[in-house]
Design a protein around this ligand. Structure first.
Ligand SMILES: NC(=O)c1ccc[n+]([C@@H]2O[C@H](COP(=O)([O-])OP(=O)(O)OC[C@H]3O[C@@H](n4cnc5c(N)ncnc54)[C@H](OP(=O)(O)O)[C@@H]3O)[C@@H](O)[C@H]2O)c1
Length: 296
């Protein structure tokens, strides 16, 4: 890598991309080229090639995805962005001599295991989104050995998810509470809710290692969405003021299958000698603090 390595961040105004730009800049050792969708279309080989040619990055960090999970009927769009677009990026990055960082999902697993999934567990996605993200992973592995694939889960960060109209689970819960709406949350999905700031910090530590491969990067402490909702209200000092009612996925979500357990374990990160992420409740408290500071 160059003396001051240059990272191109795709989806820089997205929930995760925003924190990655901040972390790389905060770390001091990186020159960052932040790109929004207006600046790059990953499914267009011509644009991708000219952007890489113009900026000559050492590392290309892709947070872009089509992740409207409930649009199970949109197979072409899922594959256009999450598989074909990712392959275009992988080829262009390889040909330019760079390293590709890509974000994948807990939804590559089917949810049948009785524990958190580690990187050695076999993927078996149960919906079109998960299938397309697994295809993206496979295409990267077949295209360039110089890659990091980070699987994340249940992201929340201060900019909110662009694919969810700027919302995330924490904001949806707090919004419902502020409007006095009934809050029904599923007890039949175990997940690893994760603060985007912590994923970005892991990436900053991982990049200089050159230990390419696939990593899970989540806040430890698997829980159901129901338990996480209770955490949110407890840590926001709203216990007693808000009633969270248990629900099933069939009652709350569309018919698109979701894994019953997609909690992840950060086994590969620990094996690489990197510190684990903080516990989910500590991360949530940090998010609520950052959110409060921004609002003030
Ligand atoms: N959010 C979660 O809970 C979650 C869970 C597991 C895994 N992940 C993965 O984590 C990654 C980041 O998620 P996020 O929450 O940060 O998403 P996000 O807020 O929706 O950000 C995605 C960014 O990518 C851009 N983008 C979308 N399609 C693009 C394309 N074809 N070409 C170039 N840019 C494009 C979007 O721009 P526009 O909005 O302007 O189109 C946006 O800036 C994704 O890979 C996702 O699959 C997310």
């Amino acid at each position: 890598m160059a003396v001051t390595p240059r990272a191109l961040v795709i989806g820089a105004n997205g929930q995760l991309g925003y924190d990655i730009v901040r972390a790389l800049r905060g770390d001091g050792g990186w020159e960052v080229v932040p790109l929004t969708h207006a600046g790059i279309e990953i499914t267009d080989p011509g644009t991708v090639a000219s952007v890489l040619q113009a900026h000559r990055p050492d590392v290309v960090i892709n947070t872009a995805a089509y992740h409207a999970v409930d649009r199970n009927d949109q197979a072409a769009e899922f594959f256009r962005v999450n598989a074909v677009g990712v392959k275009i990026l992988a080829e262009a990055t390889r040909d330019a001599g760079g390293i590709l960082v890509h974000f994948s999902t807990d939804y590559v697993f089917d949810g049948s295991l009785g524990r958190a999934y580690h990187e050695g567990d076999a993927p078996n996605p149960v919906n079109t989104y998960g299938i397309s993200k697994l295809a993206g992973e496979l295409l990267i592995r077949a295209t360039t050995p110089r890659h990091y694939i980070l699987r994340v889960c249940g992201l929340y960060g201060v900019t909110g998810c662009r694919a969810k109209a700027g919302m995330n689970f924490v904001e949806i819960m707090l919004g419902k509470a502020s409007r006095g709406e009934a809050i029904r949350v599923v007890t039949d999905q175990v997940v690893s809710p994760t603060y985007t700031v912590d994923v970005a910090e892991v990436l900053v530590r991982l990049l200089p290692t050159d230990r390419y491969g696939t990593y899970h990067a989540v806040n430890p402490g698997p829980c159901t969405w129901y338990e996480f909702a209770r955490d949110i209200f407890e840590l926001s000092g709203m216990v007693g003021a808000v009633q969270v009612l248990p629900a099933t996925s069939a009652e709350v979500y569309s018919s698109v299958r979701r894994p019953a357990n997609s909690a992840l374990e950060n086994r590969a990160l620990r094996a690489a000698g990197l510190p684990d992420l903080r516990h989910r409740r500590e991360a949530l408290a940090a998010y609520l603090k950052e959110r409060g500071t921004r609002r003030a």
